[in-house]
Design a protein around this ligand. Sequence first.
Ligand code: 13P
Length: 250
Amino acid sequence: MSPSSKLMVGNWKMNGSLAANASLVAQLLEGIGAVSCRSALCVPAPYLAQMQHLLTDSSVDLGAQDVSAHASGAYTGEASADMLRDFSVRYVIVGHSERRQYHAESDATVAAKTQRALAVGITPIVCVGESLAEREAGQTEAVVKRQLAAVIQTNGHCISEIVVAYEPVWAIGTGLTATPEQAQQVHAVLRSQLQAASAQATRISILYGGSMNAANAADLLAQPDVDGGLIGGASLKAADFLSMLKVASR
Ligand code: 13P
């Protein structure tokens, strides 16, 4: 069983400017109307103050793209969970494949970041996903289960408070999307792993990410265990993101 309303999250990655953000948010809020899905925008850290202001009184929640694994101290360049909370951040992405790949984040680091977010009441969006080589070697299930197990092990007592995003690395920014069946298969594996860890896991949203767009969103979201999307490129275009929010509200 899945949560009843879909959750659609834009991940802007390292894109935006004060002017571009203001224009994009104005278009989004003008067109959003009465969508029934939940939505959030995960923005670069320097824009949190601007976005907190722009999204006040809107139905769109604010998210960040990363959080330190430490509470405070000598960690130059990092932002703590408490700092994110100062800007009314509701969600934070942890363990995105771009951070695992370019910043050598281990499963243990991702688990620690999840713990920091949960400790201050921010919902971590925990990303898991296999590379193309891992898929071709038949390791998809083993990889995503290992990545999720590290998070469950460290955060088992409050695991029902997380969101999970399945993002096959080979589908990110490539225009290649997992088929709805491929996504459903992995989501079902993740769902049963979560349910084995907690009786309350039925409320956990499992999002799909990887070249999701206005054209393929409906088929992906129709799968029983796809509870929403984590959207990169298509979240930077107001019209595309709006049409995905509408699809997710059906
Ligand atoms: P794209 O939607 O651009 O493929 O990015 C997906 C992603 O990585 C979201 O976190």
